[in-house]
Design a protein around this ligand. Structure first.
Ligand code: HPA
Length: 281
């Protein structure tokens, strides 16, 4: 695995010596977000990077975009790699390793999710407080490289408390309602059955989706500070009666993209200030 990361880095470093502070993964419907950058240093399609998994889902562009957003050095994954596409778990999280190796200290995850908590409505934004994964393998299974992280990494606080507070404060300052919730990753690609959602609901899960947890585990393993925001694009199966469709998920992503983008931008700036303040301590 380390060799694959090194190959990717070797290729990227031939193109740019850019060092990001934040690595951000853009979920469904947030693809256009990279247009908010004032300076794009470079954009590298995953297909050009040796050994890199390539995203195949419509609505997922599949490239790294790096540069500055309000002065914050960020690398974006414009299109993520999903387990349900058939990739091995280590391939799903390879991009996180690569972004860490480039220098990113924070992993900022975004996703589209189904709302289980009945206080949500399509368009709700939820800051991730914790997660659970079911029927999805742990991405750290296999040989551990002690230079990357410990064999048994602690997951008591996967989603960094200070970053969660920063995002929540940015939301209040803009009058954007947010709450904190627990996200469950299932494998997909089929959406859940109403019975599966009822079980998750009884377990206290707030949101369901097909990504994020594997990436968050890897980020923590590598010592990154991790945070995440889910956009509720639909209520999960059986919570209301309509059948689920990917078009609905993409449409809700588009409809909410303005205030989601506003929150993400403010949060990025505040996170950068937090990192700078910490490094001066
Ligand atoms: N289930 C799983 N993944 C999803 C959903 C859902 O209802 N909505 C958006 N991504």
């Amino acid at each position: 695995m380390r060799d694959t990361v090194n190959e990717c880095i070797k290729y990227i470093r031939k193109i740019t010596d850019f060092v990001p502070d934040v690595a951000m993964i853009l979920g469904s419907g947030l693809g256009g977000y990279t247009r908010q950058m004032e300076e794009v240093i470079c954009s590298i399609p995953y297909s050009r990077i040796p050994g890199f998994p390539v995203s195949t889902v419509s609505g997922h562009a599949g490239k790294f975009v790096m540069g500055y957003l309000k002065g914050v050095p960020v690398i974006f994954m414009d299109g993520r790699v999903h387990y349900y596409e058939g990739y091995a778990p280590e391939d799903v999280v390879l991009p996180v390793r690569v972004m860490r190796a480039m220098g990113a200290k924070v992993l900022f995850l975004t996703n589209a999710a189904g709302g289980i908590n009945e206080e949500y409505t399509p368009g709700s934004l939820v800051v991730l407080r914790d997660h659970v994964s079911l029927y999805v393998p742990n991405p750290l299974i296999g040989k551990n490289d002690p230079d990357e992280g410990v064999r048994f990494p602690d997951m008591t606080e996967v989603y960094d408390r200070a970053l969660r507070r920063i995002i929540t404060n940015c939301a209040s300052a803009k009058d954007i309602p947010v709450s904190e919730g627990v996200y469950c990753q299932l494998s997909g690609p089929s959406y859940e059955t109403p019975f599966e959602i009822m079980i998750l609901s009884r377990l206290g899960v707030d949101l369901v989706g097909m990504s994020t947890v594997m990436e968050a585990i890897t980020g923590r393993h590598l010592g990154m500070k991790v945070c995440g925001i889910s956009l509720v694009t639909n209520m999960a199966a059986g919570i209301n009666t309509e059948p689920l469709s990917h078009d609905e998920v993409k449409k809700a992503g588009k409809d909410s993209s303005e205030y989601f983008a506003a929150l993400v931008t403010d949060s990025l700036c505040a996170i950068k200030q937090h990192l700078d303040a910490e490094s001066q301590e």
